[in-house]
Design a protein. Structure first.
Length: 722
């Protein structure tokens, strides 16, 4: 009998570990315990490898990786992660397909994460990513290897109960996994109810995290439940903790004679407020008087919130966390407890109030001759709604008519000069709902900017700019500006501007945006030229998309959209925390205080910017919910609309008469197979060449008003269908 011969060559299963796959496996295993040195035997055992050839290959590969400093040999034959291990830290942005993008400050572009490499990461998590070898002309790709910090561990959604277990299905579409809830952890939640659940564990081999219900909101499609869900989703509590409410109630509110003596007394000066008809928190007031030299003294008086709320006290800490008030369709969720926001700090008529003011001396053309910034005591004589102030401006009659006439004339001239100097004039129409006694929308109202709105806007801009310039401008007396909070807006992306310029040329508009100093002027001219034309909506939408997002920062780069070298937010401390920071810094420096910590204030700026974005998202979700509710009775009806967005999965269409937006899915458009032309913001029929483009007017039929998902679904109506 012949002896068994030793097979020649590699074992049959050795080919299943190509070099790159082996390197990835080694990285994955070591990164799970980055502080523990590993030898090749441990790696092989973890991988389930026993054949000598592959074990030898692992050892060789680890030595090669150490030579390239991807690994570091801590002890003889034992390795840890090296300095060139290609790890990047960033924030997860999940897609509905299961893939993700990592936004990181370490790279100029996002890192793409295929679904198989996402692991247990969730939307918003801070993660560590191993960069994969870049393929030609593709974006960088990576694999998530570690979750550094969870963005959230509590989620709002709908409970689904089965015989032996339950799940919470999250409202957030970017939360792609459900939470497994044991039946004894439901806290009384019933099938189909909205609830809040906390993630308690996520076993390595489990497809879903485990959780427990911590609060039951109630039945879905009830306004109170849905608004509570939206607020929770974006991290805004509806109620203040009792201890914060009590702390606010205990704040001394009497204005003492000693306090008045410390301030400029302006109680006898003609003063008034102008606000929306349903406003309760009056942040700002305007005072007016004519001076003997023929000029005018105009005061911009702002609620002195920081007199009452001390830094790091209980109320202040809650305000820091919230950072902003949130304005949903049917309610306001304030940054400060109501006793402060609507009473003590609100500049209500015929009540003495402590204020922080910018007082200007202006000529009749609105040119500033002098200004003063400091603490004051004021008393408003009258409270105008915007509509009431507009009526006085137009008629020239009524309370404060002379003041309103003069100030409005100044504001118009100031606005014209501002636009000529480079400010960009985006006048977007704001949509509001008129609600009935059941909090249901009866009608849609369009908030159009009239003189009364623009008057207030112009003087608030002037105050904000002046305050920022006083602190930030470099002079002989101020060679190194002190730490301050600025409202900044970066210049547009040149690549986006080039694409925008090329696109509008197809419609006959020849504007170049290559020179930075001509961009704002050319955009304003373009916006004026397209007004009233078929492509107006499209051009304005695309122009806005070229712009950067405004944010808060201690690093002043100016405000591009407004055309200001110096700009801050000083005028709304009742509803914005950055304004409170500005008030405190002004007071600190006026008293000769030391320079404030830039790191501390930059962290607060970053948090405030993030909460501002979250508040905007909550407000949009609220509007979407009420839009769908408003359109429930219109299912089956036909409307004229404008294509407001084009994506690979469908068209977004805004109904002209009420600004409600819905979607037409590409696969549901009859008559052709359409493909997405991203560069030209359109879809094109493959067989017959029909084009549907951003800004086109089309007819739609309301197919479905899905209140559960806050979604309107439309279908395209062709002329032949009518």
């Amino acid at each position: 009998m012949a002896k068994n011969k030793k097979p020649k060559g590699k074992p049959k299963n050795s080919g299943k570990f190509p070099k790159k796959k082996l390197q990835r496996a080694i990285i994955d295993i070591i990164s799970q315990n980055p502080n523990k040195p590993h030898n090749y035997k441990q790696i092989a055992a973890t991988m389930g490898v026993s054949d000598p050839h592959t074990r030898s290959l692992i050892m060789k590969t680890m030595n090669e990786m150490a030579a390239k400093e991807t690994l570091k040999e801590e002890q003889r034959g034992k390795f840890k992660m090296g300095k060139n291990s290609a790890f990047i830290e960033g924030v997860v942005d999940m897609t509905q397909s299961g893939s993700a993008y990592i936004k990181t400050e370490q790279l100029d572009e996002d890192i793409y994460i295929p679904p198989k490499f996402v692991g247990h990461a969730l939307h918003g998590d801070t993660v560590k990513v191993f960069l994969l070898a870049r393929k030609k002309r593709r974006k960088p790709e990576g694999q998530i290897t570690e979750i550094v910090k969870r963005a959230k561990t509590e989620f709002v959604g709908v409970i689904e109960v089965s015989k032996n277990f339950a799940f919470l299905v999250p409202d957030n579409r970017k939360m792609l996994v459900d939470l497994y809830i044991p039946l004894d952890k439901l806290k009384g939640a019933e099938n189909g109810q909205k609830a809040i659940a906390k993630m308690t564990d996520w076993p390595k081999d489990a497809s879903s995290p485990f959780g427990e219900v911590i609060d039951v909101l109630g039945d879905p499609l009830q306004n109170e439940v849905e608004m509570s869900s939206i607020l929770f989703e974006y991290g805004f509590p509806q109620k203040f903790p009792e201890k914060v409410e009590q702390a606010a109630a205990n704040i001394p509110v009497e204005i003492s004679d000693d306090e008045v003596k410390k301030r400029r007394d302006m109680r006898d000066v003609e003063t008034f407020t102008i606000d929306p008809h349903d406003a309760k928190d009056f942040d700002d007031a305007i005072s007016f008087r004519e001076l003997k030299n023929g000029n005018y003294e105009i005061g911009v008086h702002i609620a002195d919130v920081t007199h009452y709320v001390q830094e790091n006290d209980m109320v202040d800490k809650e305000a820091v966390e919230r950072a902003t008030s949130v304005y949903l369709v049917d309610r306001v969720v304030p940054m400060l407890p109501e006793i402060l926001s609507n009473k003590v700090c609100s500049l209500r008529p015929n009540e003495e109030k402590l204020t922080f003011s910018c007082v200007f001396e202006l000529d009749k053309n609105g040119h500033v001759q002098n200004h003063w910034i400091g603490r004051t005591v004021t008393e408003s004589d009258n409270r105008f709604t915007y509509e009431e102030a507009q009526e006085v401006i137009e008629s020239g009659e009524g309370k404060n008519s002379e003041a309103l006439t003069v100030i409005n004339s100044m504001a118009k001239q100031m606005r014209n000069r501002r636009l000529q100097a480079g400010a960009i004039a985006f006048d977007k129409v704001e949509v509001k709902f008129k609600l009935n006694d059941k909090n249901e929308p009866d009608s849609v109202l369009f908030k159009v900017q009239k003189d009364a709105h623009k008057l207030i806007e112009e003087f608030m801009l002037l105050a904000n700019r002046t305050v920022a310039e006083d602190i930030g401008k470099i002079t002989k007396q101020n060679p190194k500006p002190k730490t301050f909070v600025y409202r900044i807006h970066d210049t547009p992306d040149p690549e986006k501007l080039a694409d925008f310029s090329a696109f509008i040329k197809k419609f006959g508009y020849k504007y170049s945006f290559a020179k930075e100093d001509e961009v704002s002027k050319n955009i304003n001219q373009l916006l004026a030229e397209v007004q009233g034309k078929r492509e107006e909506t499209m051009v304005e939408t695309l122009a806005i998309r070229t712009m950067a997002k405004a944010e808060y920062s201690t690093d002043n780069i100016g405000h591009y959209g407004l055309g200001f070298r110096y700009y801050t937010h000083f005028t709304s401390p009742i509803r914005r925390y950055p304004d409170m920071m500005v008030h405190r810094l002004l007071d600190r420096y006026a008293k000769g205080g030391n320079n404030a910590s830039q790191d501390h204030y930059q962290n607060l700026c970053n948090h405030s910017s993030e909460k501002e974005r979250e508040a905007a998202n909550a407000e949009r979700d609220s509007i979407k919910y009420f839009q769908v509710m408003y359109m429930k009775e219109s299912v089956g009806e036909t409307f004229n609309g404008v294509i407001s967005g084009v994506t690979e999965w469908g068209l977004y269409v805004e109904i002209i008469e009420n600004k409600c937006e819905g979607m037409i899915r590409l696969r549901e458009i009859d008559g052709d197979y359409f493909y997405f032309d991203e560069k030209n913001h359109r879809i094109v029929g493959h067989n017959y060449g029909r084009v549907l483009q951003l800004g086109d007017e089309i007819q739609i039929k309301v197919k479905n008003a899905d209140l559960y998902n806050r979604r309107l679904e439309f279908e395209l109506v062709d002329e032949d269908d009518e």
